[in-house]
Each structure stands twice: as structure tokens, then as C-alpha cells.
Write a protein that binds this ligand. Structure first.
Ligand SMILES: [Zn+2]
Ligand SMILES: [Zn+2]
Length: 337
């Protein structure tokens, strides 16, 4: 296990101290509910705007999925790429970057590395860093209670993807950004990504880069059929990888609040879901995470494999990651079931 240190607030810069305060101030306040149904958050009502800017790309990407079953597009190496692409873009970008670093400040690292992780997250097409972190901090503060943006206590579909498709004023006003992600909105890069959907431009640029790389590799690996190789390469490395990683990430909001076991008595219905823990390289140990959100290590038992944490621990060994926050054992012991 890597060094388990809590960053010193006293020595941190003013901005970092505020960030720590935000990251620490996201525990739920209410008592645990017993699986009872609750309505959609109050920030959503019958007059809420439908977010076509989310519905259209998500629908289009899903409409392309059946191509995987057509011999022209099917590829074994494409299939094998999915867990690799998932690790690079989603485990490091979303799991380590958006989640464990930007939301919870579970470790320190140089800015260039933080921006690298955040950019990998952007290339997962799961919203801008500021918006993702905002939603997730609200989720921790109100998990499975009003106004949790995506609790399965509304419905399984709502928690998995429905919540994204309708405007929720709890998550979209300037005051929400100021309250929950002031630290990120002070950062020029995150502000730039946020402005005018620039983050979508970054995703599109990375998709074009993959297209160009596929075209180049086609002349090496399939000079007799450049078009087919390029199409396959783009389909599996961008389209299929994006859809695959959407669902395994979304499943943390849905499945990992419905199915699995609990190590700790927490005030929401989070679960440790081994299937999605494996598929996300550690994010699925979600009850452990809700019990100790600051810890960058989500797998607490020896068999709860957390590849994202192991990667961060390796990066700490080579000096890129510092102050990796581990489980707060004494606090966790009080919550243990
Ligand atoms: Zn949760
Ligand atoms: Zn979290």
C-alpha cells in the first residue's frame, strides 16, 4: 500500500485549501433511506428543457453499434482494444482524473499531469471536467436523497442515463458552478474547456487523430484494403470504445447503487459491485468509496482489485503522483458492517 497521508491544509495554497474544503464538504447529511422511491430532483420539472445536445450524440453513437456484427466492421483486435482503451481513457481520465483527483483531491501531481488526465477524461466524451465534478459533488452530498442528480431511487433508467437528457437547474446555474466547482472555474484550462462546448471540440479532434492514425496504419497492416482497415480502426477505437466506457461508467451511478454488497454502513445505498469494479478498474467498489470519498484507494479488502489505485501508487513510486490519500482506517472501522 502506498503512503497514506492526508494533505496538510496549513501548508496548502489558498486555492488548494478551498478545494480541499469543497472536496471534504460533500458528505451526505441526511439519514439513510430504505430503498423508497423518490421523485426526480426538484431542479427538474415538466417544463424543464430537453437537452438535445446530449440526446442526439448518445443516440447516434448507439445507432452505430450494430455495425460491430457486420463482418466488414467486426475485428478481433478491435474487440481486444476495448479494455485497453477503457483503461487509458476512462480509468486514467475519468477514474483517476475527473473522479479521484479533480472531485475528491485524493492525490497531488504536477499541473501537466493533471491536465493530461483531465484531457483523457474529455476524450471519454463524458462532459467537461467542471460539469462532471459538479454533478459528482452534488451526488456525494445528497446520495440517494433529494436532490441527488442520478439516484436509482427515481428509477434504474434515470440513474443510468435518463438524468443527462433533461436540464436540472441544480446543476446548470452559475450559482451551482460557484458553489460546487469554484476551484475548477478559476483554472484557465477548465474554464476554456467549459466555454462554448470547447470540450466537444477536443473530443472531435482526438477522434480525427484516431482516424488519421488508422489511415496511416492501414498502409502497414492492410495495404490491400486501406478503406476497410481505417473504418474498422475508427469504429473500434473511437465509437465502440466511447459507448463501452459510457455504460461501464454510468453503471456506477445505477448498478453500484442497486446491486452488490456493503462493507460499510453509509447513509446511502451504495454497493460494491464486483462486475463493474473489474470493468472500470476499481470504480465499482462504490460502497467503500462512499464510506471514505477522499481515499484514492477504492478497493479496501485484499481481493478488491483496484487497478486505478495500483496505477497511481506506481506513479507515486516514480515521483509523478504525491500524497496519495489512502483509506482512513479508524473512521472506516466505525462504519464497518
Ligand atoms: Zn454513488
Ligand atoms: Zn466520488
Amino acid at each position: 500500500m502506498a503512503t497514506e497521508t492526508q494533505p496538510e491544509l496549513n501548508n496548502a495554497s489558498d486555492a488548494a485549501a478551498k478545494t480541499d474544503a469543497i472536496a471534504k464538504d460533500i458528505h451526505v447529511e441526511a439519514e439513510r433511506l430504505d430503498q423508497s422511491r423518490i421523485p426526480r430532483p426538484e431542479g427538474v420539472n415538466a417544463n424543464s428543457k430537453v437537452l438535445w445536445s446530449y440526446i442526439i450524440p448518445v443516440t447516434l453513437f448507439h445507432l452505430l453499434i450494430p455495425l460491430a456484427f457486420i463482418p466488414y466492421f467486426f475485428s478481433w483486435w478491435g474487440l481486444l482494444f476495448l479494455p485497453i482503451g477503457n483503461y487509458i481513457f476512462t480509468s486514467m481520465g475519468i477514474g483517476a482524473g475527473y473522479h479521484r483527483l479533480l472531485t475528491h483531491r485524493g492525490f497531488d501531481c504536477p499541473k501537466w499531469f493533471e491536465y493530461t488526465l483531465a484531457t483523457l477524461g474529455v476524450c471519454s466524451f463524458q462532459d467537461s471536467p467542471a460539469r462532471w465534478v459538479l454533478v459528482h459533488r452534488v451526488h456525494h452530498q445528497h446520495s440517494d436523497h433529494q436532490p441527488d442528480p442520478h439516484t436509482p431511487n427515481v428509477s434504474g433508467y434515470w440513474s443510468h442515463m435518463g438524468w443527462m437528457f433533461v436540464d436540472n437547474t441544480d446543476l446548470s446555474t452559475a450559482s451551482a458552478y460557484d458553489k460546487y466547482v469554484r476551484d475548477l472555474m478559476r483554472d484557465k484550462y477548465y474554464m476554456w474547456l467549459q466555454r462554448g462546448f470547447n470540450w466537444v471540440g477536443v473530443y472531435a479532434a482526438h477522434a480525427l487523430l484516431f482516424l488519421a492514425v488508422g489511415f496511416g496504419l492501414a498502409f502497414v497492416f492492410a495495404p490491400e484494403n486501406v478503406t476497410r482497415f481505417t473504418a474498422q480502426f475508427f469504429f473500434w477505437t473511437v465509437i465502440m470504445r466511447t459507448v463501452y466506457t459510457w455504460h461501464v461508467t454510468w453503471a456506477i451511478n445505477s448498478a453500484a447503487h442497486m446491486w452488490g454488497y456493503r462493507n460499510y454502513e453509509t447513509r446511502e445505498d451504495s454497493r460494491n459491485n464486483w462486475l463493474f469494479a473489474l470493468l472500470t478498474n476499481g470504480e465499482g467498489w462504490h460502497n467503500n468509496h462512499h464510506a471514505d470519498p477522499r481515499s484514492a484507494r477504492h478497493g479496501h479488502r485484499w481481493w478488491e482489485v483496484d487497478v486505478t489505485y495500483l496505477s497511481l501508487a506506481a506513479l507515486q513510486k516514480v515521483g509523478i503522483v504525491k500524497n496519495l490519500v489512502g483509506p482512513n482506517t479508524s473512521a472506516l472501522n466505525r462504519k464497518a458492517i
